[in-house]
Ligand binder design. Structure first.
Ligand code: GDP
Length: 440
């Protein structure tokens, strides 16, 4: 889904992650990359400008929240702005209502009508469909066949040319149903007749919702369509179809902003089941290759108590085994390491399986081994020579190899911290870098 957009956004963020310092120049660079990525995926230029201005201003002016370094702060802003500006979600309620479907021919309107009927039916609602598309030959056959398959009553009359008459009769015939979806005609272009008819249908049906169906493959012209339909009937939700087949999608997404509404659903395939409720947080996180960044940000704030870790001392060069243990504990509190990794913005980086064992199984062993160390050794691990190693192993019922492994792990984290000291972050816990080192 949206592969081009996704990979160029990911590249922009990867570049940011690779920078030693996140300063004004780095933010400008990121903003340029984001602009390029969005514009080449057909996102409306005006929107891109608004979005990038917000990202730039907030990144440079806002203080990073407690427990977050500058890099994570900027990532978070990118994510929040994408969610906020373009891709809001539309509320979908399970209550009696009438939904009017708008869109041009070929957008996937008829298929989506059936998909929606299925969606609400599965939620336990009594659904009926009216085929008010008197323009396209075969429209009634298509929708009634789909409805028969799912056992949803479908009202229509292929001989009748008056869409208002059909709809009036349909509303009477389907009055037992809790939810009625009206599939309207969609011509190849936005003609005056089409617009007049949909305005009349909106009045007649007193529609609760007016949803616009847009093909994800449409480019910049999607905004124009959305604008016209919105002016006519007040679109209050958009359904983007064929998201499974496009690498760009920015045109349809910009159209959403035109309606000042949000995305209600996404069509992700040809079968009647291929309809997804739109969840902006999950969607943007996937687009940016971040797993669930929102969840991470929230959990990171909870788990990392600055008091637990003497960051200042570590940054000055002091990092003891005790510090390492505290860091592992902080990570451990956040949940299974494997799950945490899925939430980190590491792109597609593959980590060796052993990395995940560190907190889950080895933590306990590390604790036992550390209990056999003297206070001096814990504070100054370089004291641990091979005879001390033997003694510690013996005391902990462990092998010298296990002790060696713990020391090795400690050294790896120490190196990581050294690397961080040169960079940004003001002594804040930098999980992303830390995790990167775990893989090496
Ligand atoms: P309408 O003219 O707007 O009513 O469009 P249709 O519902 O007839 O759909 C046009 C074509 O798009 C059909 O071949 C559908 O199977 C296809 N289509 C609709 N939605 C999707 C979708 O989400 N994914 C894919 N791959 N195809 C879709």
């Amino acid at each position: 889904m949206l592969d081009n957009l996704s990979s160029s956004l990911k590249d922009a963020l990867k570049k940011l992650a690779g920078k030693t310092v996140v300063d004004r120049a780095a933010v400008d660079d990121l903003v340029k990359d984001l602009q390029r990525a969005l514009i080449s995926s057909d996102v409306n230029v005006k929107l891109v400008m608004e979005l990038s201005k917000a990202i730039r201003t907030r990144s440079l002016e806002e203080e990073p929240p407690k427990g977050m370094n500058v890099r994570e702060h900027v990532l978070r802003i990118v994510y929040q702005e994408l969610v906020r500006l373009v891709w809001a979600s539309t509320e979908v309620k399970l209550e009696p209502q009438t939904i009017l479907m708008a869109g041009l021919q070929g957008s996937g309107k008829t298929t989506t009508t059936a998909k929606l009927a299925r969606y609400f039916q599965k939620k336990g609602m009594k659904v009926g469909v009216i085929c008010a598309d008197t323009f396209r030959p075969g429209a009634f056959d298509q929708i009634s066949t789909l409805c028969t398959k799912i056992n949803v009553p479908c009202f229509g009359n292929p001989q009748e040319k008056d869409a208002l008459k059909i709809t009036r009769e349909g509303l009477a015939a389907l009055k037992e149903q809790e939810l009625i979806i009206v599939d309207t005609q969609g011509r190849h272009a936005l003609e005056a007749e089409l617009i007049k008819e949909i305005i009349d249908l909106n009045v007649l049906t007193k529609a609760t919702h007016r949803w616009l169906v847009i093909d994800a493959a449409l480019g910049q012209q999607a905004s124009e369509q959305a604008k016209r339909f919105h002016e006519a009937i007040g679109i209050d939700g958009v359904i983007i179809t064929k998201m499974d087949g496009t690498a760009k999608g920015g045109g349809a997404m910009s159209a959403v902003a035109e309606t000042k509404s949000g995305i209600a659903f996404i069509g992700s395939g040809e079968t009647i089941e291929d309809l997804e409720r739109f969840d902006p947080d999950g969607f943007i996180s996937r687009l940016l290759g971040m797993g669930d960044l929102k969840a991470l940000v929230e959990r990171a704030n909870e788990a990392i108590n600055p008091e637990d870790v003497d960051v200042n001392a570590m940054m000055k060069g002091k990092f003891t085994l005790r510090d390492m243990y505290k860091q592992l504990e902080a990570l451990n509190k956040m949940g299974p390491l494997k799950q945490i990794m899925g939430m980190l913005p590491l792109g597609n980086m593959q980590l060796p399986e052993g990395v995940y064992d560190v907190t889950s199984t080895k933590m306990v062993r590390y604790r036992i081994i550390m209990d056999s160390m003297t206070a001096a050794e814990l504070d100054e691990p370089s004291l641990i020579n091979s005879s001390r190693m033997q003694r510690i192993a013996h005391g902990a019922g462990a092998t010298p190899d296990e002790v060696r492994e713990l020391i090795k792990y400690y050294k790896m984290m120490q190196r990581t911290l050294k690397g961080l000291r040169g960079g940004q972050g003001g002594g804040k816990f930098n999980m992303q870098r830390l995790m990167k080192r775990f893989s090496g």
